[in-house]
Design a protein around this ligand. Sequence first.
Ligand code: PLP
Length: 352
Amino acid sequence: MIPIIKPVFGKEEEDTVLEIMKSGQITRGRWTLKFKESFSDYIGSTFCHPVCSGTAALYIALKAVGVSSPEDVVIVPAMSFMATIDAVLLAGGKPVVVDVGDDYCMDPEQLEEAVEKYRPKVVIPVHLFGQTADMDRIKEICRENDVIVLEDAAQAHGAEYKGKKAGNLGDLSAFSFYASKNVAMGEGGAILTSDPEIDEKISNWIEFGDHPALNLRITEFQAGIGYWQLQKLDDTNEKRRKIAKLYNREFRDLPALKLPEELDGRKHVFHIYALRHPKRDQILERLIEKGIGARVYYDYTLHQLRNAEHLDCGFSEKVVKEIFAIPVHAALKEDEIAYIVDTVKKVVKDLS
Ligand SMILES: Cc1ncc(COP(=O)(O)O)c(C=O)c1O
């Protein structure tokens, strides 16, 4: 089976893990510091707090900006991994869900409507599948209404919007370094900001200080692996982009198949190469039968999953019935890519 996910590790990661083990300093050491500094430098934010998962990063980010009761409304898009809405519920806030546009990211028009109706404290644009949301419009709406922008950049390491990196486009951001991510540690996350006041509040929520705090630290092993993954990120993202471009060229004329698009001013890093087709389930079954690890991201919308208040999310409700992903990771070999191309073409044509 060609897996849907495969991290690319090399000698650097291997040597570093051994070095850490031999040193005896397996947590709170120089690799954690090194990762923290290099990640904030790469993204362009002043402060970075590594934590144990993306969910923890979102949760702490929400707590740091004061989400604590159902009066604190947080707007989220209908399409994302469940952690985006679960973090809001865990923090004690009230999630309100809006639809996504053709880019699978938050629809700014619906956001505007929701901001007027619900007066939220925070908006969480998700840079889904590796492409940033329409940040100029989202930020403008939020600025005019005094709403905090928390980017969910869990899938967008290295993605750009008008030359600026995802994670440096709002007031603060949350990343995940889960095994499948473009920077993979196994488990891990980070909260980034350039606002010293927000930074201090984040520190208070993760260090034992003003609040009862959770221990959400990562180990030196995770930080060491993450550091090397970050050094390779531009290369691995380029590989993903090349594969995605080739797929788009090859699949261009397949009937009823909707391809992912890189929009003007945005750099897509193809964390996920997402296709849409009305016969999704049959396609998926046949691809898996033929040894291609295709998968559905996501078969739920967030409002339906958590029974949350929402605007009309008809587009997302349709999309989750049609969307699926094929492997696009940087570990794919030439012959595997060729096999995927041929098989997808054949399967889609057969079902047309
Ligand atoms: C968009 C999005 N948000 C949040 C998360 C949560 O990250 P984690 O699995 O590291 O808790 C993920 C990843 O799985 C994600 O894809």
